[in-house]
Ligand binder design. Structure first.
Ligand SMILES: [Zn+2]
Length: 136
C-alpha cells in the first residue's frame, strides 16, 4: 500500500474539518461529533458533519453529498476528524470506505498509521476485495 506524506494543503483540510466540527458540535445531545472536509481536483473544498438518527449518516457521506450536489466529480483528498480521537483524525468506517471506493477509488484519505502519524492512502487500498457492481 502506497503511503503519501501530508502537505500544507492537507493540514489546511484538517483545520477546516475541525472548524466545521467546532461550529456544529452539539454537546447537549452529543451530536455532530465528526467533521469532514474534501478537497476536489479543482481545489474547491466542501465540509460537513455527521447527522445522527435511526440510520444516521457519517460526515464523509454528508460531505461527499454536498460536493456532488454542487457538481463535483473529481476528488483529491478527504479527511474526517473527531475531537476525542488520536490526532483528531478518524478513519472512514466500512460503509464510507465502500462509498469512497465506488465514487473515487483513487481519492487520498488522511488516516493515522500504526505509529499514530498522519499519512494519506488511497481509498481503494482501505478496502481490499471491495464489492463492485457486476455488469452483464
Ligand atoms: Zn462512515
Amino acid at each position: 500500500m502506497k503511503k503519501y506524506p501530508l502537505t500544507d494543503k492537507d493540514k489546511e483540510l484538517i483545520a477546516l474539518a475541525l472548524e466545521v466540527l467546532a461550529q456544529n458540535f452539539d454537546d447537549g445531545i452529543y451530536n455532530h461529533t465528526v467533521g469532514c472536509a474534501v478537497l476536489c481536483k479543482n481545489q474547491h473544498i466542501y465540509r460537513g458533519v455527521n447527522c445522527d438518527g435511526i440510520h444516521g449518516s457519517c460526515a464523509e457521506y454528508i460531505t461527499m453529498g454536498i460536493a456532488i450536489s454542487n457538481g463535483e466529480r473529481e476528488f483529491d483528498t478527504i479527511v474526517a476528524v473527531h475531537e476525542k480521537h488520536l490526532n483528531c483524525v478518524v478513519p472512514p468506517c466500512g460503509n464510507c470506505r465502500q462509498m469512497l471506493f465506488e465514487y473515487c477509488p483513487d481519492i487520498k484519505v488522511i488516516v493515522n498509521d500504526e505509529n499514530g502519524n498522519l499519512i494519506k492512502v488511497k481509498a481503494k487500498d482501505l478496502l481490499p476485495f471491495a464489492w463492485q457492481p457486476v455488469t452483464v
